[in-house]
Structures are given as C-alpha cells and as structure tokens.
Write a protein that binds this ligand. Structure first.
Ligand code: NDP
Length: 278
C-alpha cells in the first residue's frame, strides 16, 4: 500500500449490520479534522478471523474494534495485550503500533466514564447481573475504580464464580449471589448493573428484579438502547437510570483517543449514534 488513507479503522464481528460504531468514529474523525478517516464494518465468521486480522495488518489499519463473537478469540491473533485486556480476558479494541497489533479492552473504562457524572464508584457496593464479556469488563473496571464490593448474579453459577475470582484478583471483595427470579437486591447495594444481554433483542424483555426491597440507588444497563424495561422498572421504583449509550460512546471515545491521540467531541458522537439508531 503506497498511499494508505490518513486513518483506516474497522470493525470485525458477526453480525455487524446495524452496528452504530462506524457512524460515531467517522463523525469523531471529522470533528477533529481527520477528514480522510474511514471505518469499515466487516462480517467475519469464526474461521475467517485469523485471515481478517492478517489482512488488516497488511492494509496498514490504524486500529480496529472487535465485537461478538470474536472478543476472546482475537487475543491469540494480536502481538500484545494491555493490562485491561489481560484482566478481563477479552479484547474489543486493537491498535497498530509500528509492526505490532496491541489488544485493549475499553468496555469497562467506558462504563466507568459513563457513570462518573451520576455516581461515584469509589466506595460503592455494586451488584452486577451477568458474567459474560460485558459483565467482566464492568466488574473488573469498577473494582479498579475503587468500588467497595462487587456482587455477581448470573444464570450459570460456574461463570459467576469465575467472575468473582477475577474481581478478587483485582483486589476487591466479591461474592456470588444466587440467581433467582425475581432477583432480590441485597440491602446496602448502591449500584445495580444489568450486564446480561437480556433486553438486547427484545426491548420489552428484562431480568425481573424486586426493586422495592432496597433503598433506591443507581440502575445502569449495558444494553445499547436509549431505554429498556429494566431501566423503566428501576426508575418506577425510584432508582436513577443510566442507559448503555453513554458506555458505548465512552468506550469508543477511549479507543479513538488511543488510536489518534485526539480527544473526540462527545456531542458529535452522540448525534451520530442517535442518527444511526434511528
Ligand atoms: P455474552 O454472551 O458474553 O454474555 C451474555 C450474558 O447474559 C451472560 O451472563 C448470560 O448468562 C446472560 N444471559 C443471556 N441470556 C439470558 C437470559 N435469558 N436470562 C438470564 N441471563 C441471560 O454477551 P456480552 O457480555 O458480550 O454482551 C452483553 C450485552 O452487553 C449485549 O447486549 C451487548 O450488546 C452489550 N454491550 C454493550 C456495550 C456498551 O458499550 N454499551 C459494550 C459491550 C457489550 P449465562 O452465563 O448464564 O449464559
């Protein structure tokens, strides 16, 4: 490639149709004067992942995102992992540094940044619902941000136990809470996070929570929708809702800053996201 574009970015995942990240990143590029920044979303099957990463390396990509189902598998196709990627066991963002591809995980930092204007994580007692990729990023990064304790409730107890162990390794108190429907919130919980995928495919679907059993605090949802039934139910019981769009914007902003060294304009990214989500 003799004349690579100023900045080439990509998304590898499956499915990628409808993923709004490209719209946000191209808008961020324009907002900082990187007018030639281009972002392509590529649908890659499991068996095509190694070839796709190799092709992006050859094309001189500036950086790329990785989404479901490749966040774990891609670790073996990059040259180096950041401490966040090591701690969570998943990569959502890759940067080319000279001849190396470096894998990071910005999901958790995006979550922490999205909560900052609403509530302090330092000293907070957090209940995380779920133990998949998003839950791991949320739990580990909340622990690193100074949460006092992280309770984990997950449908599959074995995965909950793994996440509890991961949080312990980050130096924070953590316990698994039995999965029950409806889920009772332990007294003293400050922040409840839906980090399951329930609500992603059907906006009316929600993990059933017995909200009235605890003093209201903050309820956050990672699901990428401006509103979910989980948040509506929480708000109805007096909890302060925080949607997953802020996390999406902040994780993309963290990757953009890492890739380009520039601070993107959040309002421009938010407008592009709203447009893309219709
Ligand atoms: P995973 O497949 O890794 O994990 C899914 C989790 O949801 C597991 O804990 C799983 O439990 C649980 N789950 C799924 N179905 C049910 C159900 N019917 N009842 C109870 N629990 C269920 O997915 P991810 O963690 O990668 O993604 C989760 C969500 O986070 C998605 O909606 C994704 O779009 C969103 N996300 C949002 C981001 C943002 O920036 N806002 C960033 C990254 C992800 P079990 O272990 O028992 O199967």
């Amino acid at each position: 490639m003799r004349n690579p574009p100023t900045a080439l970015f990509a998304l590898l995942g499956s499915p990628v149709a409808g993923n709004p990240t490209g719209a946000m990143i191209e808008a961020a590029c324009r907002s900082v004067g990187l007018d030639e920044g281009r972002y392509v979303s590529i649908d890659v099957a499991d068996e095509g992942l190694a070839g796709a990463v190799s092709a992006l390396r050859t094309l001189g990509v500036t950086g790329f995102h990785v989404t479901i189902p490749h966040k774990v598998a891609v670790r073996t196709h990059v040259d180096r992992l950041t401490s966040a990627a090591e701690a969570t066991g998943a990569v959502n963002c890759v940067k080319r540094e000279a001849s190396e591809l470096v894998g990071d995980n910005t999901d958790g930092r995006g979550f922490v940044a999205s909560l900052e204007p609403v509530v302090a994580l330092r000293g907070a007692r957090v209940l995380v619902l779920g133990a998949g990729g998003a839950a791991r990023a949320v739990a580990v990064e909340s622990a690193l941000a100074g949460a006092a304790s992280i309770l984990v409730a997950n449908r599959s107890p074995a995965r909950a136990a793994e996440l509890v162990e991961l949080v312990h390794r980050a130096g924070t108190e953590s316990t698994a809470v039995p999965w029950a429907i409806p889920l009772a919130i332990p007294a003293g919980t400050d922040i409840v996070v839906n980090a399951t995928s329930v609500g992603m495919l059907d906006a009316d679907d929600a993990v059933a929570v017995e909200w009235s059993g605890a003093e209201p605090g903050v309820a956050a949802d990672v699901v990428i929708r401006p509103s979910t039934r989980f948040l509506e139910d929480a708000a109805g019981a007096g909890w302060t809702p925080v949607d997953g769009l802020g996390m999406l914007i902040e994780q993309a902003a963290a990757g953009f800053r890492w890739w380009t060294g520039r601070e993107p304009h959040r309002d421009v990214m938010r407008a592009a996201l709203a447009d893309a989500l219709g």
